[in-house]
Design a protein around this ligand. Structure first.
Ligand SMILES: CC(C)(COP(=O)(O)OP(=O)(O)OC[C@H]1O[C@@H](n2cnc3c(N)ncnc32)[C@H](O)[C@@H]1OP(=O)(O)O)[C@@H](O)C(=O)NCCC(=O)NCCS
Length: 168
């Protein structure tokens, strides 16, 4: 079952993200890695900033979460994580499809350039990696992340996001 997360899911969201983010350890640049990867306060801040978390529940427990953030003329996919033991079983795909069905605007997603599996996940589901200058512009414009994360990330866009949009 996919459902919108609420305040009582905060700890589960924290647990899922920090478990799944272990995939980044030793892969992303060392200065970008943190333990825990995200704090409860940061998740709360994201919710405050209009990130709506959706979760897939299996056996009465959340197994994966994905956030959708409304940013004017686009929606951002934020914090897409499936608990390690349940990865590669279709949960991420189901959550992504759910977000897509809830989004009436182009969808953009940012991820670490070194997270090859995540890039493959989106590319195999119809997303296109945008060029470097467009990526820098989009991350600076729609995201609120440090410069270092902009340098070390990529952006993928769904089919609704046209090529060379706004002359980028
Ligand atoms: C990326 C992620 C959300 C996908 O969710 P999922 O439930 O594992 O994905 P699905 O089972 O629906 O789809 C699996 C596909 O994802 C990609 N993938 C996921 N994990 C992978 C891994 N460890 N190695 C290689 N490919 C992987 C592959 O394209 C795979 O397709 P395949 O099984 O046909 O090879 C999940 O694996 C995850 O949380 N990973 C760690 C954190 C992360 O990278 N988050 C992305 C932030 S944008």
């Amino acid at each position: 079952m996919i459902r919108k997360c609420n305040q009582s899911d905060l700890q589960s969201i924290y647990d899922i993200i920090n478990d799944a983010a272990q995939a980044y350890r030793g892969v992303i640049p060392a200065d970008c890695w943190r333990e825990p990867y995200i704090s409860v306060e940061e998740i709360e801040q994201e919710i405050e900033d209009d990130v709506v978390f959706w979760g897939l529940e299996a056996d009465s427990e959340l197994a994966g979460v994905m956030g959708l953030q409304n940013r004017g003329d686009v929606h951002l996919i934020r914090h897409a994580y499936v608990i390690t033991r349940a990865q590669r079983q279709g949960i991420g795909t189901r959550l992504l499809q759910h977000l897509e069905s809830n989004a009436d605007k182009p969808l953009l997603v940012g991820t670490w350039a070194d997270a090859r599996w995540a890039i493959a996940f989106y590319k195999n589901r119809g997303y296109r990696q945008v060029g470097r200058s467009e990526k820098d512009h989009l991350l600076g414009n729609y995201w609120n992340i440090p410069q270092r994360q902009i340098e070390t990330s990529v952006v993928l866009a769904d089919k609704r996001w046209g090529h060379g949009r706004r002359g980028l």
